[in-house]
Design a protein around this ligand. Structure first.
Ligand code: MIC
Ligand code: SF4
Length: 642
């Protein structure tokens, strides 16, 4: 068996491990973060569960950290108390970015993790099967339910050769993105293999597993080998390590080979992670801002390479450089070995261990600025400044460019690759992790005024009708559908407020039009809903009365989020039907419940668009049929479904 099959077969609850068929797996661990977590715990509470049933569930606070008003702190209080009430670990603000901390403290090779964040696959670096999902799916897993997914194809990524100095793990994943694009991983798991792995530490593998999410893949996974054992030992967790390798005769659905020695530093240009070019081709471009950090590149190794490059140098006068270490463990190690002092001396602006600028929580660049970031997404508007041009690069490229003031190929840097030493044993300090209580009977859940109830869903009406409220192109991200920035993130627990910003980066008038019409439909192109796991990108449309989205194709997590909230994800069967559809046209789906039933038997769903009879597909399993007929997953679970 390959690694994916080994983990799935040992967790299989139902279904057959055949690519394309529905399977359900047992979830050992869950994680939530604050911007998706409030909804997930409100949903868990609505299920009436006293205590989570997983081996370990952790609630992190890492996104909503600006606290410009009481809303963020209200959410933190709710999360801390609701976690305590339900036997969930709580990672306090300041402890670090969820994926970094989960990898360092809680990853276990061969076990499963479901997280309400699309970068949950980060723990695949340590041989976990780690999958991102909507908050409601995670709530169901916390309540002990299995996680349903389509058995993905397994694509083996063979890494041969060795990286040149100053070429980084980030360049490997950018190369994969250059080859497969932002939807090339849909329906797949990337399983890594090859001699090239021997030079990649777990944090470097984590950069790759993390950003595999940008291909649309279900997840990415690495073997648990000697390197993995070193990682666990250095974190005082040797006992959690176990070997996990593919069998020598393992089979794969697909294979991609990357010769590491052929790679040079790469950059994703605005505004898509797959718009990749060589750094040498854009070298010389003046830079205004450089941000180093995020769950992709904030490990101890990343920070040490940056500190080595910046040591004894000064940030160029035209550049504002921010650095956010990924966790308190990383920050303490940098403080102890003097690297932090070097970063400060070079003029870096040290930010707290959190997502920060990656999700537009502060550090929005100047109008029209060029911003170089070591993050994973450069979607339009995500930095908080729509006119800014955001490039995604490695920490090496970022640090070297911070000194020169313009985009610089680190292979031309005469200092070469700075050496650094990884501690044999990190300072283990879990002081900001609060363990679950045995007796939770005295815990009071605190709900500030910012915590609003989850919108209710209802079973579909006999006829669904309304107009096409908007027509969109390809690759619409969840950052378009439900933008997140310092002004909006505080309202993640307040759907009525957020709904007024739904799809506004595409069309300012959308929310008002949807409200005036009492709801309707969205028409979109390929890969609709790529990016984040935020359920809000389904909840806000639900609140605005959206009944179905008609698209050429959907991103995995968003498609599940739509169905979980009772919204139909219909797929055009012909290009011409999409081309012909126009905003404002009337859309009618007759006999909706009946058509949902027959869709589960493989029949097309008939839709009238502007008077034209059109066939769409709704590729659903019997369980998904029942979820849609119940008006969403919460109703389905409440009615006794699993
Ligand atoms: C992101 O990187 O887009 C986020 C913010 O972490 C999201 C979660 C969210 O929207 O809260 C994600 O990746 O799922
Ligand atoms: Fe946080 Fe950015 Fe990672 Fe999302 S991608 S979890 S916002 S650091």
């Amino acid at each position: 068996m390959n690694i994916v099959e080994k983990v799935i077969s040992s967790h299989l609850v139902s279904g057959e491990m055949k690519a394309g068929s529905e399977i359900a797996i047992k979830i050992d661990h869950t994680l939530t973060q604050d911007s998706t977590g409030t909804m997930a715990y409100l949903q868990l509470e609505a299920m009436g569960i006293d205590r989570v049933k997983t081996k370990r569930s952790v609630a992190y606070v890492d996104h909503n950290m600006l606290q410009a008003g009481p809303e963020n702190a209200d959410d933190h209080k709710y999360l801390q108390t609701v976690a305590a009430k339900h036997g969930v670990w709580f990672s306090r603000p300041g402890n670090g970015i969820c994926h970094q901390v989960q990898l360092e403290r809680f990853s276990i090779p061969g076990e499963t993790l479901l997280g309400s964040d699309s970068h949950t696959p980060t723990c695949g670096a340590a041989g976990m099967l780690a999958i991102g999902a909507g908050g409601l799916d995670v709530a169901v897993a916390m309540a002990g339910g299995p996680y349903y997914l389509t058995m993905p194809k397994v694509c083996r990524v063979v890494l041969t050769g060795r990286l040149h100095p100053m070429v980084a793990a980030k360049d490997i994943i950018l190369e994969l993105l250059r080859r497969v694009g932002v939807k090339g991983g849909v329906g797949k798991i990337f399983e890594y293999y090859g001699e090239g792995l021997m030079d990649l530490s777990v944090p470097e593998r984590a950069t790759i597993a993390n950003m595999g999410a940008e291909t649309g893949a279900t997840t990415s996974i690495f073997p648990s080998d000697r390197k993995t054992r070193e990682f666990f030992a250095a974190r005082g967790r040797a006992g959690d390590w176990r070997e996990l390798l593919a069998d020598p005769d393992a089979e794969y659905d697909e294979e991609i080979t990357i010769d590491l020695s052929s790679l040079h530093p790469l950059a994703a240009q605005p505004s898509s992670p797959d718009n990749v070019t060589e750094v040498s081709k854009i070298a010389g471009m003046q830079v205004d801002q450089i941000c180093i950090g995020s769950c992709t590149n904030s490990s101890f190794c990343d920070m040490m390479r940056v500190a080595g490059i910046l040591a004894g140098k000064r940030v160029a006068p035209n550049v504002s450089l921010t650095i956010s270490p990924g966790s308190r463990q990383v920050l303490k190690a940098l403080a102890a070995n003097g690297a932090l002092a070097k970063l400060i001396a070079a003029g870096a602006r040290i930010l707290e261990c959190a997502c920060g600028p990656c999700i537009g929580m502060g550090q929005a660049p100047a109008t029209g600025a060029v911003s170089l970031r070591t993050f994973n997404r450069n979607f339009y508007g995500r930095s908080g400044t729509p006119s800014a041009s955001v490039y995604i690069v490695s920490p090496e490229t970022a640090a070297v460019s911070a000194v020169t003031g313009h985009i610089t190929d680190p292979e031309t840097w005469d200092g070469g690759e700075p050496p650094y030493r990884v501690p044999e044993l990190f300072d283990i300090d879990d002081g900001l992790l609060i363990k679950p209580l045995k007796d939770t009977s005295k815990v009071e859940v605190v709900r500030g005024p910012n915590i609003k109830p989850v919108p209710k869903t209802a079973p579909p009406a006999e006829t669904l009708s309304g107009s096409a409220l908007i027509k969109l192109g390809d690759n619409i991200t969840t950052d378009h559908i439900m933008p997140s920035n310092a002004k909006l993130l505080p309202y993640r627990s307040n759907i009525p407020y957020l709904a007024d910003y739904c799809l506004t980066p595409c069309d300012e008038g959308f929310p008002a039009r949807a409200k005036a019409a009492g709801g309707g439909f969205i028409v979109a192109g390929e890969n609709y809903g790529q990016g984040s796991s935020r359920e809000h990108a389904a909840l806000a449309p639900l609140y605005l009365g959206i009944k179905a989205v008609l698209a050429k194709s959907f991103a995995r997590i968003h498609r599940a989020n739509l169905m979980n909230n009772g919204i139909l994800p219909l797929v055009f069967t012909s290009e011409a039907d999409y081309d012909a559809a126009a905003a404002g046209e009337e859309i009618i789906i007759p006999s909706a419940p009946e058509q949902i039933r027959s869709a589960a038997e493989g029949k097309p769903v008939k839709v009238t668009i502007g008077g034209r009879e059109t066939e769409t597909t709704l590729d659903i399993t019997p369980r998904q049929r029942d979820i849609l007929l119940a008006g969403g997953l919460l109703n389905y679970v409440r009615d006794g479904g699993v």
